[in-house]
Unconditional design. Sequence first.
Length: 399
Amino acid sequence: MPELGLTVLPASWNCDCAGGDGSYRWFLARYNSVRDKNGQILRWHVSCTDIEDRKRAEDRLQQENVALREEVDKASMFEEIVGTSPALQTVLSRISKVAPTDSTVLITGETGTGKELVARAIHRRSNRVSRAFVSVNCAAVPRDLIASELFGHEKGAFTGAMQRRLGRFELAEGGTIFLDEVGELLPDTQVALLRVLQEREFERVGGGKSIRVDVRVIAATNRDLKAAVAHGAFREDLYYRLNVFPLEMPPLRARGADIPLLVEYFIDRYARKAGKNIRSVDKKALQLLQSYPWPGNIRELQNVIERSLIVCETEIFTVDESWLSQRPLDTRSADKPFLSEKVAATEKEIIEEALRECQGRIFGPSGAAARLGIARSTLESKIRSLNIDKNRFKAPSGA
């Protein structure tokens, strides 16, 4: 007599069943056993729940996620530069054209628009990709040390220079150097940079030997360099040397179509780091993100996404509306400057007059700080923020 086999089924499982018309529907089947006092199974009770609508919704969500991820992949062909908006595509097209050349590039745009990502994309598509990409934030380095940072120094060049140090230009030999916030450079450093761009050579601080260098320069700034040139805060000849191929990064508010892609991109990045599974984005949250003007641009969006994921406890991504600052957009016009600009212009005029009367002297009883009735440190800070060249007020030697 042949032995009878018993197939053990799971407590619950999904199946698709055919109807009388040949169509299929999804059901959730649950099995419960009835046992005797010895634990032997006497019979099974089976209950089925129609889950067709739920399965269709899950499949639709999965297909939407796959399609969106494919769109993100397609839109991020330039590393982390994500987007398909016309404004961004114009920039990417110009990157493709200038990257294979050795031309100097000046990237302008508001803070947080991704200027360094553009610089890296240019380097990776250039003939220098196998060599170094060296990045320098000119605003982050103390002004007294920026020349040493860029061009290096010899041993004993200044107090604390215990040994020779190579500058960033030498480290970038054969590659690319990215000068972020180039508008913050001091006049004497601007002269040295101009020499590098013109002659392809420089001298270390404290040295007298010219060093030849083969480096491509990409600069970036969020300042209006034309206005800085007009006010004498930036050299006109250096500006034209840097502005060989200008690239302007559009603000995020001009790239509204890219926000859903960027949201998905950042959610995927930070959710994987946090070990969370986000299946969808709340519609109201997405509408809020798309309607917000983003004064801090992509950097602000990135921070909001990361912060929201930290506190998110469900599979649906939401955003706390109170986290979005409501600063007004900069809607100034050329003939209607803001009050702050008028105040700054007046303040600059007063400080320059005091420096002129004190022949450029800042501290001491006869210094400009005492004349203005403010601390020396406060005056020096205002001189830097207003881009005042205090050296032009000093009396000529021997006068």
